[in-house]
Design a protein around this ligand. Structure first.
Ligand code: UDX
Ligand code: ADP
Length: 458
């Protein structure tokens, strides 16, 4: 079959995989190829057991794979064939050198740029899909235009706004897509080619076009604003625990103000995920590098508040359990950074568990989708950790439950049965405020929510 266009995505991760699957679904006349250097990952994408868990993803992949959606490790041929190349390789926070702990590590990006030059023999559109610091496109432009083959690579920024756990829904029915390009004839033409992809299923009003720098910065700002709301509400949750105020009542009442709105106001043990921390640190780094100290400090505080919230939660656990958790079994309900994903990057559960292990507790982790990643995250320090798919077994014989992820599965458990199997006094720390606290208290638990009065039998 002859396809109208060849679209390639380099990087078959949480962003590239779902995004390309939806593009393939909505654009049957385009051939969509996803390449990755990681052979295992590609094998999984070609199997019944996809490398990431995302509601609705299996169905989309099954309906397109082998027809107009292909997963392969053949990067060279993928590049050669492609008209449009989305680059969705990882851009972790730098762990070394200048900007360590703050700036993005762009080595994978730069490698990719050189690969693109090496295997191209005609003009192509290159789409930045990974989250990149502002003005990365400039550096990429320089690398790509330094090619000696006379090829024009037109750079477009198209940041992703999908949230894990709802990625397919966000892609199919997102609030907007953003396409940034150079304000030149070639730039605008490239932006149009990318708009045409999304126009297969999105209305014109939702397709926003901007200059390259605005598009790159918008991604960081959107995430910073979302994270800021959580840190703001979490800061108030600490105040609530000192007073008779209740954070859920406050969030509800504050969110009723239509200027504020109700979303992202759930107090929690802290936000996790691959984007928030990384993007805000990036913003801080950029602001600081322009000498904007106050701006940098302002945004950095959002991160500090998140770290405070994680530490506060675990410190409270230890304090309430008579200042010692040594040799006590603690069941951690949830390891993913949020519900409906197996992703554990920057998950607050990691911080909590590390601290509990330092205090010499024995940990049993249960999670519907994240146990595999939990093992990887705790490799080398997990002598006193067990991984248990069944929450009843995880809780059996434990002194406390720490709920770290808001999985629906944890709401409807038989907590009487769990209580009966636990050591007394039994503690439950609800880091997501999703359980019925009164009911748990009546069963016999000592209950510690976030930002509300604790319910204890002492
Ligand atoms: C985020 C952005 O939402 C998305 O637009 C961007 O493209 C990538 O980063 P994601 O990291 O997948 O998506 O998850 P998100 O739903 O934003 O949640 C982030 C963290 O905040 C999670 O740990 C979540 O549990 C926590 N959270 C969210 C709260 O603690 N309270 C809330 O009210 C909302
Ligand atoms: P994200 O959440 O941004 O999608 P992931 O880490 O899940 O990030 O995915 C990035 C993917 O990019 C990884 O699977 C990694 O193997 C792949 N990758 C990194 N560098 C290259 C490269 N030069 N060529 C192809 N794939 C790459």
């Amino acid at each position: 079959m002859k396809f109208e266009k060849n679209i390639l995505c380099i990087g078959a991760g949480y962003v590239g995989g779902p995004t390309m699957s939806v593009i393939a679904l909505k654009c049957p006349e385009y051939k969509v190829t996803v390449v990755d250097i990681n052979k295992d990952r590609i094998n999984q994408w070609n199997s019944d057991n996809l490398p990431i868990y995302e509601p609705g993803l299996d169905e989309v992949v099954n309906s397109c794979r082998g027809k107009n959606l292909f997963f392969t490790t053949d990067v060279a041929n993928g590049i050669k064939e492609a008209d449009i190349i989305f680059v969705s390789v990882n851009t972790p926070t730098k762990t070394f050198g200048e900007g360590a702990g703050m700036a993005s590590d762009l080595q994978y990006w730069e490698k990719t740029a050189h690969e693109i030059i090496e295997h191209s023999d005609r003009d192509k559109i290159i789409v930045e899909k990974s989250t990149l610091p502002v003005r990365t496109a400039e550096a990429l432009d320089k690398i790509l235009s330094s090619n000696e083959k006379g090829i024009n690579f037109e750079i477009v920024s198209n940041p992703e706004f999908l949230a894990e756990g709802t990625a397919i829904k966000d892609l199919i029915d997102g609030d907007r897509v953003l396409i940034g390009s150079h304000n030149t004839e070639a730039g605008l033409k490239a932006a149009k080619a990318i708009s045409n992809i999304y126009a297969h299923w999105m209305t014109d009003e939702k397709i926003l076009t901007t200059n390259l720098w605005s598009s790159e910065l918008t991604k960081l700002v959107a995430n910073a604003f979302l994270a800021q709301r959580i840190s703001s509400v979490n800061s108030i949750s600490a105040l609530c625990e000192k007073t008779d105020a209740d954070i859920s009542e406050i969030s509800y009442a504050v969110g009723k103000d239509s200027r504020i709105g109700s979303k992202f106001l759930n107090a929690s043990v802290g936000f996790g995920g691959s984007c928030f921390r990384k993007d805000i640190l990036n913003l801080v780094y950029i602001a600081r590098s322009y000498g904007l100290i106050e701006v940098a400090d302002y945004w950095e505080m959002v991160i500090k508040m998140n770290e405070y919230q994680e530490t506060r939660f675990v410190n409270k656990m230890v304090k309430e359990m008579f200042n010692t958790v040594a040799d006590k079994k603690i069941a951690v309900f949830g390891f993913a950074f949020k519900a409906n994903t197996g992703d554990t990057r920057e998950s607050p559960a990691i911080v909590i568990i590390k601290k509990l292990l330092e205090e010499r507790a024995n940990i049993a982790i249960t999670d519907p989708k994240a146990l595999k990643n939990a093992r990887l995250d705790l490799e080398g320090i997990d002598q006193n950790v067990s991984y248990e798919p069944d929450p009843y077994k995880a809780a059996d014989g434990s002194s406390a439950i720490a709920l770290a992820t808001e999985w629906d599965e944890f709401k409807d458990l038989d907590y009487k049965r769990i209580y009966d199997s636990m050591k007394k006094p039994a503690f439950i720390f609800d880091g997501r405020n999703i359980l019925n606290h009164k009911e748990l208290f009546d069963i016999g638990f000592n209950v510690y929510p976030i930002g509300k009065a604790s319910l204890t039998h002492f």
